[in-house]
Design a protein around this ligand. Structure first.
Ligand SMILES: C[S@@+](CC[C@H](N)C(=O)[O-])C[C@H]1O[C@@H](n2cnc3c(N)ncnc32)[C@H](O)[C@@H]1O
Length: 295
């Protein structure tokens, strides 16, 4: 297998706890509601699918440099769909509202109750799809274009260099979870600045950028991957602690530090008050920061 010089790990989510991704749980509840979202470096699409299925997004695009991961992401989308609770209910039907929530409409008793689709994810055991294969996805004309799974799609692209078709209309929310280090070590300080600049340019006014930067001490491990990255790292002047001022100079407001997820890992800057087994074994405990595009 080739060296994952872009952080393009296969089986990433076996390591990272992510059925209900704790990073999404840190965000304000309405972050994705009726929004168009870009998830950069989506890997196998777990976070992308969760946003599309459980957070009421209008449309979510996951982009990744690694085509094998994108193919796995499309499969994940079908798996998530296959495990979802069926839409029909004995006492009423589930219908999608504009925000992607499912409204349970009981026509007999004339009552309408709202239940989020989050309650209905992971309804069937995974073994069912292993034995019988995935469920077919009904056409978007029947199910709705902005309801999961039709509101989720994936693209292969090196997003630092190539545009994808959805960039043209812009996004309300852009997510960059655990990718800034990979952009930084491959593209250098200038590559990272250009990446932030591009995010700023594709966000609509008032749009939200959610960043989970890797700490500087984690860059050490990357040096072992190959000689070229090793020499790139020696030339880096910027540090993750500089990102907020770079983003500020581009037109973003101050960072809202939403907190580490507490799912484990070592925070070099003492954010982390959690000492769990994951802390030692998984090494994930990163700050999630939210920036609003002001100008
Ligand atoms: C460490 S993984 C993080 C996955 C996911 N964002 C998460 O945190 O759950 C980093 C991902 O970014 C992708 N990536 C790195 N550089 C990229 C680029 N220039 N364009 C698109 N994707 C990129 C990698 O292929 C990899 O899947």
């Amino acid at each position: 297998m080739s060296v994952p010089i872009h952080g393009n790990y296969h089986g990433y989510y076996l390591k990272r706890p992510s059925v209900n991704d704790p990073r999404l749980g840190l965000l304000p509840d309405d972050t994705f509601k009726s929004k168009t979202v870009l998830d950069i470096g989506c890997n196998e699409g777990w976070v992308t699918c969760e946003i599309g299925q459980s957070w009421g997004a209008h449309k979510v695009i996951g982009v990744d440099i690694d085509d094998t991961l994108i193919r796995a992401a499309w499969k994940k989308r079908q798996l998530v769909w296959s495990l979802q609770k069926p839409q029909k209910h004995s006492t009423g039907a589930f219908e999608g509202d504009e925000g992607g929530n499912m409204i349970k409409v009981d026509h007999d008793s004339d009552t309408t109750t709202t239940t989020t689709i989050q309650d209905q994810a992971d309804y069937f055991p995974v073994s069912l799809q292993h034995s019988f294969g995935p469920l077919p996805i009904p056409p978007s004309q029947i199910r709705g274009k902005h309801v999961f799974p039709h509101n989720v799609s994936f693209r292969t692209a090196d997003w630092t260099k190539e545009s994808i078709v959805e960039d043209t209309d812009g996004y309300d929310v852009v997510i960059a979870f655990s990718i800034s280090k990979w952009i930084h070590v491959n593209g250098g300080d200038e590559g990272l600045r250009a990446f932030f600049q591009r995010i700023h340019s594709v966000l609509k006014p008032g749009g939200v950028f959610i960043l989970e930067p890797q700490e500087w001490d984690t860059y050490k491990k990357v040096r072992r991957l190959n000689e070229s990255l090793k020499s790139n790292i020696l030339n880096l002047k910027l540090r993750p602690s500089d990102f907020e001022s770079i983003l500020g100079s581009l037109g973003f407001g101050p960072a809202r530090h939403l907190g580490p997820t507490g799912e484990g890992g070592k925070c070099s800057d003492n954010h982390c008050k959690f000492l769990t087994l994951d802390h030692f074994f998984l090494g994930f405990c990163r700050m999630v920061d939210l920036y609003v595009k002001l100008r």
